[in-house]
Design a protein around this ligand. Structure first.
Ligand code: MEZ
Length: 555
């Protein structure tokens, strides 16, 4: 749907201020960044700061820790399996390393585990590559340039972005392994955008002190996923099971992790997979739609790995913070929530209110930027109303061509240019309407810099883990995180199995114990998790599903 006449009239106000804004930008006169004190004040408008949005957990290793209700509902829920009924004596499959999740972290882990001698089974909920990795657009950070940048500056940026709450050892690992991760991807054939002299293109992102964002047009995640998926699929030590999400971890007689129960989404059978080590890489949870926000995340992003790990005794960390990407599409309605990459702002696009005025620098860290949008659009009433009754902020994409030369937007943002063209909107001529959208799970399962956890035999990589990014992640550090910590987890799991004793007996006793704790606390009896898929069935349709008995989202 093209812009309505009302919105076209409002676009005139954006056009009216553009020439002055472009001149200011060319002269280096940016709207000033907020001071640390001002940022703290601004963050009071961030959804994380709504006390009524969260509650303390009543069960498990992080009992007492307050997190979003939507996540707490799943952590305080019963298993899809009845431990008394599951027959674990019949093992359907046996492997060295079982990787759960087929996104960037899981696939990187599988490649490294295989490279280090392990036989690998990679089980994934949907198709291999249906993951948030695929949806990440704007870039991957790494201090690859010999001059003006180093992992030291990258470290300071990551810590600053996370409000200095990050786990320092994890950040150190992230930034020091970054240049080698880029080399690894390039060697595997990843086509990063290069400038004329052959070096990698690099840009700023919100909160970066140096230009170190490398990218492949505006489809960086898809290009990384294409590269590593090809690599994994051509490795005969790696077996991939699609449409087979894990629903529970299995422990052995010594309490070590020794496999998982998978669910075949086609036949509805459960499959017992015995493994000498398990890597959890199931990604994030945008589909929980915390506080009713729209999301950039893929259809299967329902936080399953956190649920399974927690039931097996691994604490959660930083799960009280959630990232709302400032620029999710809010018009046309068909693409609501879709990521409009931060690279637009990195390339110079201003963000504007209904009067066409700037109200915040476009490159504040994401949480500050998102909170500023919410303040401007709701509290100050300066948002742009959409025909669907929502509210948005203008992202002035046409000014990029004025700044960088005609053809820049079409060349550097082909994905978005083509998509909006389908709706009759030319983003080189008309700005986009955006609003914060649920993008990233800052927290997750607690883990160490070598990918290990407090549960022997259980390793973590990617968005399912918490601590690297502290209370706020900067752009381009999630694609980096999945490659760095996916590889680390795969390698550590492969070396762990060399010294691991065989498992005699598989068990779900930890689940039975968790159920008993739920009962004792009187919570979660009517809920089942992991969710596996979000449920968008409207109540009136559910009312007519007479014979269907819903447990979670599946019959
Ligand atoms: O790291 C991200 O979240 C990312 C690259 C997103 C984007 O804006 O493109």
């Amino acid at each position: 749907m093209p812009y309505t006449d009302e919105l076209k009239a409002l676009i005139k106000k954006v056009e009216a201020t553009r020439a002055v804004r472009v001149e200011r930008k060319k002269a280096g006169e940016e709207i000033p960044f907020l001071s640390l004190e001002e940022r703290e004040e601004r963050l009071k408008h961030h959804p994380d700061f709504k006390e009524e949005g969260r509650r303390p957990l009543k069960v498990g290793a992080s009992k007492g820790y307050a997190i979003a209700h939507e996540f707490a509902d799943l952590l305080e829920a019963k298993s899809r399996l009845d431990p008394a009924k599951a027959d674990l004596s019949q093992v359907d499959m046996e492997t060295d390393v079982l990787v759960l999740g087929g996104g960037g972290a899981g696939t990187s882990a599988a490649i490294l585990a295989a490279e280090n001698g392990a036989r690998v089974v990679l089980a994934t909920k949907l198709r291999h590559g249906d993951a948030n990795t695929m949806m990440a657009e704007g870039g991957i950070q790494a201090a690859t340039k010999g001059e003006k940048d180093s992992p030291y500056f990258h470290y300071l940026d990551v810590m600053g972005g996370g409000h200095f709450t990050n786990v320092p050892e994890l950040v150190e690992r992230l930034v020091t392994d970054a240049p080698d991760s880029i080399r690894w991807l390039k060697d595997l054939g990843c086509n990063f955008t290069q400038i004329e002299d052959g070096r990698l293109g690099s840009m700023h992102g919100g909160g970066t002190s140096r230009k170190r964002m490398h990218y492949a047009g505006d489809i960086t995640g898809a290009e990384i996923m294409r590269t590593i998926r090809d690599e994994a699929r051509n490795n005969d030590k790696i077996t991939v099971l699609e449409f087979s999400p894990a629903v529970e971890l299995l422990l052995n007689e010594r309490g070590e992790c020794a496999g998982a129960v998978l669910y075949n989404m086609e036949t509805e059978e459960y499959l017992v997979v015995k493994a000498r080590a398990v890597v959890m890489a199931t990604g994030g949870s945008g589909r929980l739609h915390i506080q009713g926000f729209m999301t950039t995340n893929h259809y299967g992003a329902t936080g399953d790995g956190v649920i399974m790990g927690y039931r097996a005794g691994v604490p959660v960390a930083f799960l009280h913070t959630v990232q709302y990407h400032p620029t999710g599409a809010v018009f046309p309605e068909q693409v609501e929530g879709l990521l409009i990459t931060e690279k637009f702002r990195g390339a110079g696009a201003n963000v504007l209110n209904i009067d066409g005025d700037q109200f915040v620098n476009e490159r504040e860290p994401r949480d500050v930027e998102a909170a500023s949008f919410i303040l401007e659009a709701t509290v100050k009433g300066k948002g742009v109303p959409t025909p669907a009754g929502k509210v948005g902020i203008w992202l002035d994409s046409p000014m990029i061509d004025v700044l960088m030369g005609e053809g820049y937007v079409k060349r550097e943002f082909p994905g978005k240019y083509i998509l909006f063209q389908r709706f009759g909107i030319d983003i080189t001529e008309e700005p986009m309407l955006v609003y914060p959208t649920l993008h990233y799970q800052n927290g997750g399962l607690e883990f160490k810099a070598d990918g290990s956890t407090c549960l022997p035999g259980f390793f973590v990589g990617g968005e399912v883990g918490g601590g690297i990014h502290g209370a706020n992640r900067l752009m381009g550090n999630s694609l980096l995180d999945i490659v760095v910590f996916g590889r680390v987890a795969g390698k550590t799991a492969a070396s762990y199995i060399a010294g691991a004793k065989p498992s005699e007996k598989l068990s779900l006793e930890h689940v039975a114990r968790f159920h008993a704790e739920l009962e004792q606390e009187g919570v979660g009896q009517a809920r089942v998790s992991p969710m596996l898929l979000p449920d968008y069935t409207p109540p009136e349709v559910k009312d007519k599903q007479w014979t269907a008995h819903y447990e979670g989202t599946l019959r």
